[in-house]
Design a protein around this ligand. Structure first.
Ligand code: ADP
Ligand code: MG
Length: 836
């Protein structure tokens, strides 16, 4: 009797692949594993971001394929033969029993589906090649067994097809590239879904199958993605059909056989992929969308089956259409869920696990694919064979039980004969039934052809509509692209403007910065120069002072001698003058002294007029230089004498100075301020204002000579209110009628009171020490604009010293040289001329 359809749950197994090179290189070691195997039927997925979140799933079998040096599990590492043993062998056995079967590998891209299903040559062969090889092995074994007497002879026919579903189109992979494209799937009432015009290759050995598989794999659509160098871009299905016929002998001269047929779909699905991760574009993106769509459809079918919906959307995709028998139909189905252990794939892994867990709830209705009439005859045949066996062995009791009645041998033989007749009748009926069924089959086929025609037409219409929609979409896309381009151009232009603005601003900022830097550098350079000049001037003045001090020290006796000489000269001059006065008093204009022969009666008529200090050498030109060197120290020279006489000889290297006292800081302007805090440094008001802010300072109260206005006064005349320099005193004051005036050689500062006609001593600072008595002071407060510079520079000049008493702050004349010997000689000579 034909067996009834039995319930059979989809078996779901899970395989965890090892970490691949990329995953290891990315983290520079073994990455975090998101999977934990609890037993060979339980797996836990751990959320890498929060390890407290875990999900456990039960499955029919877990294959832990990670090597122990990556992550260990409490179950042995499963390699390709182990997977085949659990996945492939039961399928093979049920194929021989006449059941349809299906193995499909599901999982994200690069999780090891193709590796498990197809594998690679040698030990790495996957389920498909192993199953095919063992199929022929078993056929061979079965042939060997039938050689034994009394055994049933079975003939086998194996056919192989290989197809792929690429972009929702079925393609035959065994006809070569460009052939067998766009095949249709039709529903065969007996065989279930079949691909129309799919080539079926009858094979008799494993070698033949291997060649076909290799050919198919070559044609299969694969491409490199960011996640898998040989990513399968299509769902590949190897279909193996096994036709078996058990020869049951003959009844009434007619051979009775028991035909069975089984078919296995070995499916390597394309991987679900996150486009963001696989980074596919263009055609790859279209493929990815197609793949993901058909997998979503598969998910919907699974959900529909679990929920017991009356309408399961098999027709929504080519894949589900083809697998409609394998899921919820007449098929022993195994799902192999391939998983990546990397934490980075946690989301996809969880999605696969949920998918697989749902698929496990699908219940298929399986039955042996055999002819019902042949099954009935086979049952009777088996019964008869048993009876005959009982007769031969004399097992009357067994025979009675088989026939279901008591009685003697004769009765039993009669019963057997009756049964034989019954069988013959039955065979005749079966034949009748078969004929009828064939007729019905023809009618059905006709009907089916009409239906098919209608479906094809409907498909064609749908295709047209889709194409029209595609064209519409294409046009919309073009319009969008144009708009995008336009916008992009605008954005680019705006970006350029912004960039230019930024560059301009940047340039300005740079320019400002450069200017600031330049001015800072200039200030630094100026301040350095000033500092250097200041130090230089200070050093020069100090060395001058030291030299003068030495000179004075050395020349005091000489000066005393000079002074004595001068006194003697003056006395003799006085004498001569007194003589002259006497002569003049005695002079009688009415007398003709020449006629009388009186000698020496000449009266001077010319007066020497001095308008400024004269050159000590020519005594004619205004003096412009003072020699600072010993032995002519203090002598004044005009430009001509300085160049031609003074410096023409060995005095060439003598240092000279202009007749004004220079500021010790800038060296260029005349000094007006004296600072006791800086070792009596003499400064011009500008340098004082700008750089010298710390110390109290006094005015330079040196009084200029009232005759020349250039040199400091060194003399005070007691008989006329004149402050004179030594030279003017000698050359002008005494040459004048004021020869007899008494003069004091005292420091000017000690003169009192100072006349209002004197230059005003200035003190610009309120904290300046009081001016010497008799000097009028003007107080002007000026805010110091450079406090820092000033403090530093002043500090460099010299440390502040306590201010000396006011009297000593008074500047001594710039040069306190005594009239030189040469000057004395000149004066003598002049006097002599005059006298003469
Ligand atoms: P899928 O078909 O799921 O996209 P593949 O089967 O092509 O992925 O596997 C991707 C890569 O991972 C291949 O290089 C394959 O050799 C390797 N791989 C997958 N599973 C295993 C495994 N169990 N052991 C070793 N390598 C594996
Ligand atoms: Mg693959």
């Amino acid at each position: 009797m034909g067996k009834k359809a039995a319930n059979d749950n989809v078996r779901v197994m899970v395989r965890i692949r090892p970490f691949n090179k990329k995953e290891i290189e990315e983290v520079g070691g073994i990455p975090t594993c998101t999977l934990e195997c609890i037993s060979d039927t339980q797996i836990t997925c751990i959320n890498p971001e929060n390890p407290d979140i875990t999900d456990s799933f039960p499955f029919d079998c877990i294959f832990w394929s990670m090597p122990p040096d990556q992550v260990r599990a409490p179950i042995p590492v499963a390699d390709q033969p182990d997977v085949y043993k659990q996945v492939g062998v039961p399928q093979l056995e049920s194929m021989f029993d006449g059941y349809n079967g299906c193995i499909f590998a599901y999982g994200q891209t690069s999780s090891g589906k193709t590796h498990s299903m197809m594998g690679y040559a040698g030990k790495g062969r996957g389920v498909n090649p192993r199953l095919c090889e063992e199929l022929f092995q078993r056929i061979e074994d079965s042939k060997q067994k039938t050689v034994a007497p009394g055994s049933t002879e079975t003939s086998y026919t194996v056919k192989v097809s290989f197809l792929e579903i690429y972009n929702e189109k079925v393609q035959d992979l065994l006809l070569g590239k460009g052939k067998g494209l766009n095949l249709k799937i039709i529903q065969d009432p007996k065989r279930g879904p079949v691909v129309k015009d799919l080539s079926e290759h009858v094979v008799t050995t494993w070698d033949e199958v291997e060649k076909l598989l290799d050919k198919g794999m070559e044609t299969r659509s694969v491409a490199a993605t960011a996640m898998n160098d040989t990513s399968s871009r299509s769902h590949a299905v190897v279909q193996i059909s096994l036709d078996m016929e058990d020869s049951l002998g003959s009844v009434g001269g007619k051979k009775i056989a028991r035909p069975r047929r089984s078919r296995a779909n070995l499916v390597d699905l394309a991987g679900s992929e996150k486009v963001s991760k696989s980074k596919v574009e263009g055609a790859g993106l279209k493929e990815a969308i197609g793949i993901n769509q058909s997998l979503t459809c598969l998910g919907r079918v699974i959900d529909g089956l679990i929920d017991g919906k009356t309408h399961v959307p098999y027709r929504d995709s080519v894949l589900t259409c083809l697998l409609s028998d394998s899921l919820g139909g007449n098929s022993r189905t195994t799902m192999l869920a391939a998983l990546s252990p990397a934490a980075i794939n946690y989301e996809e892994t969880m999605s696969t696990l949920r998918y697989a867990a749902r698929a496990r709830k699908i219940v298929n209705k399986v039955k042996v694919n055999e002819d019902p009439a042949a099954a009935l005859i086979r049952g009777l045949q088996e019964e008869l064979a048993k009876m005959k066996q009982s007769v031969v062995s004399g097992d009357i009791e067994g025979l009675r039980i088989a026939l279901g009645q008591g009685g003697e041998i004769g009765d039993l033989t009669g019963a057997i004969a009756m049964r034989s007749e019954e069988i013959e009748e039955m065979v005749a009926k079966v034949q009748l039934l078969e004929e009828r069924e064939q007729e019905e089959e023809a009618v059905r086929e006709e009907k089916w052809a009409v239906e098919r025609q209608q479906i094809e037409e409907k498909h064609a219409r749908e295709l047209e509509a889709i194409k029209a929609e595609q064209e519409e979409l294409g046009r919309a896309k073009l319009a969008l692209e144009e708009e995008h381009e336009k916008l992009q151009t605008e954005v680019d232009a705006k970006r350029k403007i912004v960039m230019l603005d930024r560059l301009r601003q940047g340039g300005q900022v740079t320019k400002q910065k450069q200017q600031a830097l330049q001015s800072q550098q200039d200030t630094d350079a100026r301040s350095k120069k000033l500092k250097r000049d200041m130090l230089f001037n200070r050093f020069r003045n100090l060395s001058h002072k030291a030299r003068y001090a030495d000179y004075e020290q050395q020349h005091i006796p000489e000066q005393e001698a000079d002074a004595a000489g001068l006194v003697a000269t003056m006395e003799s001059q006085l004498e001569a003058l007194q003589q002259r006065v006497a002569d003049l008093q005695a002079f009688d204009p009415n007398r003709d002294y020449a006629a009388e022969g009186v000698e020496g009666a000449m009266i001077p008529t010319t007066e020497v007029v001095f308008e400024g200090p004269l050159c000590d050498m020519c005594m004619e030109q205004p003096a412009q230089f003072r020699c600072l060197e010993n032995p002519c120290c203090g002598d004044l020279y005009c430009v001509w004498c300085d160049a031609n006489q003074h410096r023409a000889g060995p005095n060439r290297l003598h240092e000279r100075t202009p007749l004004v006292a220079p500021c010790e800081c800038c060296g260029a302007r005349e000094a007006e301020i004296i600072c006791p805090g800086c070792n009596n440094a003499q400064l011009c008001t500008i340098c004082d204002d700008r750089k010298h802010g710390r110390h109290s300072r006094g005015a330079i109260v040196a009084v200029p000579c009232e005759f020349c206005g250039l040199r400091d006064a060194e003399m005070n005349c007691a008989d006329c209110p004149c402050n004179l320099c030594m030279a003017c005193d000698e050359l002008k004051h005494r040459a004048d009628k004021r020869q007899g005036h008494r003069r004091n050689r005292v420091p000017v500062a000690q003169l009192a009171p100072v006349k209002p006609s004197m230059p005003v001593a200035r003190s610009r600072y309120p904290d300046a020490p009081p001016a010497p008595p008799g000097l009028r002071t003007t107080q002007v407060w000026a805010k110091n604009p450079y406090p820092d510079v000033r403090a530093q520079e002043v500090a460099m000049i010299s440390p502040p010293t306590s201010a000396p008493p006011v009297a000593s702050q008074v500047r001594t004349p710039y040069v306190q040289a005594a009239p030189s010997a040469s000057l004395a000689r000149q004066l003598d000579a002049q006097d002599g001329v005059m006298d003469g």
